[in-house]
Design a binder for this molecule. Structure first.
Ligand code: FAD
Length: 332
């Protein structure tokens, strides 16, 4: 264990674009490294990615390990696992951080198992125990009612994934430089257990709920994707956008880009209508600065009423259609 040193951040790039979460991890990685008096290093994997390494220096990476190969053009679990696990086994970092993106969630568990260590997923806070120098990995447990701090005292590296948007990226500084280390890993056909036949990019219109003056926001209380239609109808009538809670996004009723809260967007519209939203702290932290908050909830003790300017106790699936009916009357 004493051979393990430094913090290693896995830099996720997609088609030559560094994902913001990786820069956020370099930020917290640097803070942890300073507490341990060690380096924060980066590992980037892909094809034709050398030009990105300089950018990592600007964000504070002391060393950048570059694994380049044609086979790594698109993300595929097995060759990427081999790349990152090889670097970890070789450089022996004491901490490895990976973004909890769809790719990171696929990659980090496989890598942690390959290098025989544990993994704490979806951390919201990372710190160093000043007595033991162990990594303190904090994440919500039991549906967010409790924060659990997890340690990995018997194995190295200590591995953690962190959701995008939770950590703050450090300032970009073009005077910073880092040591670039090329890794040549021998890949064979056996490493490519999946064949990518085609890449199709979704051509969705980018919605920026953070720019909307009016948001009609859905919570699980809306009950179904079908019931979301009346929220879209109302938002059209009052020139707003539809947003929602993570529960609604997880249920597949709403796109992730419309999620408000700690792991979604922070919004500050003139009017925020919260329909069927309980008011969990992770949601409220993303909307509490809205100018006027109108909450509709069946439960009079729902925490959302603590931040609402106007509270309506009742069934949102009945109230919203009534409001639409009234607005139609007014505009006649
Ligand atoms: P619920 O908590 O299930 O609440 C539903 C509400 O609807 C209840 O209050 C109920 O009384 C009411 N209701 C039921 N039926 C009706 C009806 N017919 N009419 C009116 N009211 C009704 N959440 C986010 O939103 N954004 C985030 O960014 C976010 N990040 C998170 C990050 C972490 C690390 C964790 C652990 C959690 C995060 N969450 C986030 C989840 C958060 O803790 C809550 O679970 C979530 O916000 C709950 O969503 P909800 O209010 O839609 O659902």
């Amino acid at each position: 264990m004493e051979n393990y040193k430094d913090v290693l951040v896995y830099i996720e790039q997609r088609h030559g674009e560094i994902q913001t979460v990786s820069l956020e991890l370099l930020g917290i990685g640097k803070t942890l490294a300073e507490k341990l008096n060690v380096n924060v290093n980066a590992c980037i994997v892909g094809n034709n990615i050398k030009n990105l390494a300089k950018e990592l220096a600007y964000y504070g990476a002391n060393k950048v390990y570059i694994v380049e190969n044609e086979i790594l053009e698109n993300y595929v679990n097995e060759p990427y696992t081999k790349a990152l696990a090889t670097v970890i086994n070789d450089v022996k970092p004491e901490i490895v951080l990976v973004g909890a993106t769809s790719i990171g969630r696929d990659l980090a568990p496989r890598v942690s198992s390959r290098v025989h260590t544990g993994l704490t997923a979806d951390c919201t806070n990372l710190d160093i125990d000043p007595e033991t120098n162990n990594l303190l990995m904090t994440r919500p447990a039991f549906g967010g009612n409790l924060m659990a701090t997890i340690i990995c005292p018997n194995h190295r590296p200590q591995m953690s994934t962190v959701r995008p948007g939770v950590m703050v990226q450090s300032r970009r500084d073009e005077t910073l430089t880092s040591e670039m280390i090329d890794y040549h890993i021998n890949f064979t056909d056996k490493d490519m257990n999946v064949q990518v036949l085609e890449r199709v990019k979704e051509k969705a219109k980018k919605i920026r709920i953070e720019d909307a003056n009016v948001l009609v926001s859905a919570g699980r209380g809306i009950g179904s994707k079908e019931n979301m239609k009346s929220l879209y109808q109302l938002s059209d009538m009052i020139k707003g956008e539809v947003s929602g809670t993570r529960a609604v996004v997880d249920n597949g009723w709403l796109d992730k880009e419309r999620q408000v809260g700690q792991t979604g967007k922070t919004v500050r519209p003139d009017l925020y209508i919260a329909a069927g939203i309980s008011g969990a702290i992770q949601h409220v932290s993303g909307m509490e600065d809205s100018n006027l908050i109108i909450a509709i909830n069946k439960n009079p003790s729902a925490p959302i009423f603590e931040v609402a300017d106007v509270g309506i106790v009742g069934d949102a699936t009945k109230i919203i259609p009534e409001v639409i009916k009234e607005l139609k009357q007014i505009s006649k």
